[in-house]
Ligand binder design. Structure first.
Ligand SMILES: Cc1cc2nc3c(=O)[nH]c(=O)nc-3n(C[C@H](O)[C@H](O)[C@H](O)COP(=O)(O)O)c2cc1C
Length: 380
């Protein structure tokens, strides 16, 4: 199978299946000399790993990462740093319970990738979804931890802002709250409600969709390139490639259709530092596919998990109509564990663009430019 690589200069290749021996990734193009220990990657994997609350799958995976290559102890500092060569990261699968999935080996789960993998490749690894399993997203989280180190002074955070039809109150948004509850929810007033609501969904053997928002602050103006390397296009493409994502928007996204030009205009003044100060951020931090220096804001919707206990109509691979119940372990709302994945994917795309910008442009021009009148006055 091809197409398991993304990025141009910060290039990530992931490999592995849900029930294979291991999953992992190779990050190629990371600059040399960046301090990197397994622990730097592990903290992000620990946020995504399953079985941390009753609201995520009970599959038990330690998701312990090992760095196989691309690092070396620097002689001067004695710290382990990147060498500029490919960094291979490995995460062993330790909790593969194939028997949970044996009853679906020939049947196609509606909403999962069983039919499409089978019809395309003529066979599929039906154990836990094989390569279509979101276990692959652990590799992106690992790569994202390295990407963050490539990006100087950029903060990338994500949060769950909606479960089913229930949205958070944005006025109560508190980033500190995100890591205090099992939902990565930024609204302290919504957590108890989400607990009750999702308990009901979980006990009914059902599932529900969600919306995740990711914000990158400190991204310098100038990242992204016209016209096929637009930052917003590559961010949305990368986020759309995350399992179960069915819609992605940047800034006000689909809501901009309802705005007038006056409201949508992110008016510009001069800040105290002499730099442009945008009075709003409907654009979500990009214009013409290039970052403005404002926070990059992306949002995506994930569909409800397809593994549910209510029988659904389907067919098997031998052309017979049947129905299916997906027993076993699953996430009642995959949006929760998609939060660290969202941060990682955005980090990888931004790191790639940071290096591409440096490669083509080097240092951006100093702004504001000198008015030609200044030279005319000076030189007469
Ligand atoms: C973090 C995360 C966990 C997921 N866990 C499950 C799961 O337990 N059961 C399931 O049916 N789908 C799960 N999914 C979604 C499937 O991987 C996805 O629906 C499937 O690969 C089909 O791809 P598509 O929905 O992108 O078209 C999960 C997705 C994410 C992001």
């Amino acid at each position: 199978m091809s197409h398991n690589t993304f990025g141009h200069l910060f290039r990530v290749t992931t490999f592995g299946e849900s029930h294979g021996l291991a999953i992992g990734c190779v990050v190629d193009g990371c600059p040399p000399g960046i301090p990197l220990e397994a622990a730097d990657v592990q903290i992000y994997l620990d946020k995504r790993k399953p079985g941390q609350s009753r609201f995520t799958t009970q599959r038990r995976e330690a998701d312990e990462v090992r760095i196989l290559s691309g690092v070396f102890a620097d002689d001067n500092t004695r710290r382990q740093v990147t060498t500029g060569t490919p960094i291979a990261l490995l995460i062993e699968n330790t909790d593969q319970k194939s028997k949970d999935y044996s009853h679906i080996r020939d049947k196609y789960r509606p909403g999962h990738a069983d039919f499409t993998y089978d019809v395309k490749y003529g066979l599929r690894d039906y154990r836990g979804g094989g390569r279509a399993s979101a276990r692959e997203t652990a590799c992106r989280v690992a790569a994202g931890a390295i990407a963050r180190k490539v990006l100087p002074d950029v903060t990338i955070r994500a949060a769950l802002v909606q479960i089913g039809p229930h949205k958070i109150e944005r006025e109560r948004w508190d980033w500190e709250e995100v890591n205090r509850n099992p939902f990565f929810c930024p609204d302290p007033g919504k957590v108890a409600f989400f607990e009750d609501y999702l308990d009901g969904i979980r006990k009914a053997g059902s599932s529900v969709g969600a919306v995740v928002e990711v914000v990158a602050e400190g991204v310098p103006a100038g990242l992204g390139a016209p016209v096929y390397g637009k930052l917003d296009a590559e961010l949305t493409g990368a986020l759309m490639s995350v399992n179960a994502v069915k819609g992605v928007e940047i800034g006000d996204g689909f809501a901009t259709a309802e705005l007038t030009g006056e409201v949508n205009a992110d008016e510009i003044r001069l800040g105290n530092d002499g730099k442009p100060l945008f009075l709003s951020n409907h654009a979500g931090g990009t214009l013409g596919g290039i970052s403005t220096g404002q926070p990059i804001v992306a949002r995506f919707a994930v569909k409800p998990t397809s593994s549910i206990l209510t029988p659904r109509l389907t067919v098997d691979r031998y052309g017979r109509e049947t129905d299916i119940v997906t027993k076993g372990r699953h996430d009642p709302c995959v949006g929760i564990r998609a939060v660290p994945v969202a941060e990682a994917v955005v980090a990888c795309v931004l790191a790639d663009h940071f290096l591409r910008h440096r490669g083509q442009v080097g240092k951006s021009a100093d702004w504001p430019f000198v008015d030609p009148q200044y030279y005319r006055d000076r030189d007469g």
